[in-house]
Design a protein around this ligand. Structure first.
Ligand code: DSN
Length: 424
């Protein structure tokens, strides 16, 4: 991973880019929304398409010279349609939040009602949080997970929907470790005559590989981001039936965005092709097996794992029971020092501030890309527990840092293209 031109023209930025390569190589990336994309995806994202304006859609652009942009966007769309089985796909949203924005703009008026999962219970800012445009433009009420089990309370959601009478129900989450029964939420949306937006940002790869129930064909609208478990170029995506296609397209452009980031669309196309290879299914299965191994290891060590385990790529730990004096922030800081990078996270029934919450969230998508298996994840669970348990003990942190270095040496990153599925 070298940046010879940047080194020549801008040594300051080059130094930071080099340091970032080293940081990713030498630490364990366990932020559940992150992954390591292939060199091919990065090349596409660094291509000359960054220079091109292509407002509009293939065959109907506002500028000349879009023939190559058209080709790339059509490939991205076709591959996405195949991966997820969607009738209509828009690959232009700059991010998952922009994808959600497009669906809201296509379906709702300011003041309309949204029913979504509370952020502390695993929801997302763009689902109606007061600090986000959704909380400011729309009338939002939020549902919660069952406080006893940590699972979604589908009956409670239905009761809430019947009393609130929303225009839109949002499902799909950022810190929910269990499989989502999208079809049950669609039934509730149908019963109260609301739209259903399933934001599958975190699980796009798991759904594409068939290791998680798909919302496509169930929910009225499906959104996602393209750089998490699906491991393609950074950005967002919207899927819907043909009946909503024109409204969604108009809400993306010109409704919410200007020129698409065509270099990122190219990165999406390349990553989607990789995800269509049989090896990607094995990857996604391993991501989930690894998360289960991590959750088991955490529970054996003595952590309270929210919902008792996981069906996905992420595990959520509530520290209040095992370590009442250690905040998520304390844990995140000590783990970062030890070379394990994850994030402090709110937990159901949160009693602290979102800036220093009571839990930690850990994902396995990036470590699985590196080649880690269940044995390594079990060990990583032990290392994380050791650090949290002795978060102010420098000798424990140094010990764990040393073991992390051995693991990252054993599973090198960006040194061997074989770790990424090579399309035939
Ligand atoms: N920031 C992402 C996450 O960590 O879940 C979601 O956008």
């Amino acid at each position: 991973m070298e940046y010879p031109h940047v080194h020549e023209t801008d040594p300051d930025v080059a130094a930071a880019l080099d340091a970032e390569v080293d940081r990713q190589r030498d630490t364990l990336a366990m932020i559940a929304s992150e992954n390591h994309v292939s060199p091919a995806v990065m090349e596409a994202q660094g291509s000359t398409l960054t220079n091109k304006y292509a407002e509009g859609y293939p065959g109907a652009r506002y500028y000349a010279g879009c023939e190559n942009a058209d080709e790339v966007e059509e490939l991205a769309v076709e591959r996405a349609e195949t991966l997820w089985g969607a009738d209509h796909v828009n690959v232009q949203p700059h991010s998952g939040t922009q994808a959600n924005q497009a669906v809201y703009f296509a379906t709702l008026e300011p003041g309309d009602k949204i029913l979504s999962l509370d952020l502390n219970h695993g929801g997302h800012l763009s689902h109606g949080h007061a600090a986000n445009f959704t909380g400011q433009l729309y009338d939002v009420e939020q549902y919660e997970v069952d406080p006893e089990t940590g699972y979604l309370d589908y009956e409670g959601l239905r009761d809430h929907a019947e009393s609130f009478d929303p225009d839109m129900i949002v499902s799909g989450y950022s810190a929910y470790p269990r499989e989502v029964e999208f079809s049950r939420i669609q039934e509730t949306a149908d019963a109260v005559d609301a739209y259903h937006l399933a934001d599958m940002a975190h699980i796009t790869g798991l759904v594409a590989a068939g290791v998680h129930e798909s919302p496509v064909g169930e929910a009225d609208f499906v959104t996602g981001s393209t750089h998490k478990t699906i491991r393609a170029g950074r950005g967002g995506i919207v899927m819907c039936d043909e009946e909503h296609a024109d409204d969604v397209d108009a809400a993306v452009f010109p409704g919410g965005q200007g020129g698409p980031l065509m270099h990122n669309v190219a990165g999406k196309a390349v990553g989607f092709r990789e995800a269509l290879q049989p090896a990607f299914r094995e990857y996604a299965e391993q991501v989930v097996a690894n998360a289960r191994a991590l959750a088991d290891s955490f529970a054996e060590q003595g952590f309270e794992v929210v919902s008792g385990g996981t069906d996905t790529h992420l595990v959520l730990v509530d520290l209040r029971e095992s370590h009442p004096d250690v905040t998520g922030g304390d844990a995140e800081d000590a783990l970062t020092e030890a070379g394990i990078v994850l994030n402090a996270n709110t937990v159901p029934g949160e009693t602290r501030s979102p800036f220093d919450p009571s839990g930690i969230r850990a994902g396995t998508a990036a470590l699985t890309t590196r080649g880690f298996g269940e044995a390594q994840l079990r060990e990583v669970g032990e290392l994380i527990y050791r650090v949290v348990d002795a978060h102010d003990d420098e000798s424990v942190i140094a010990d764990v840092r040393e073991r992390v270095a051995e693991l990252t040496d054993e599973f090198p990153l960006y040194e061997d293209d074989e770790q990424f599925p090579t399309p035939e």
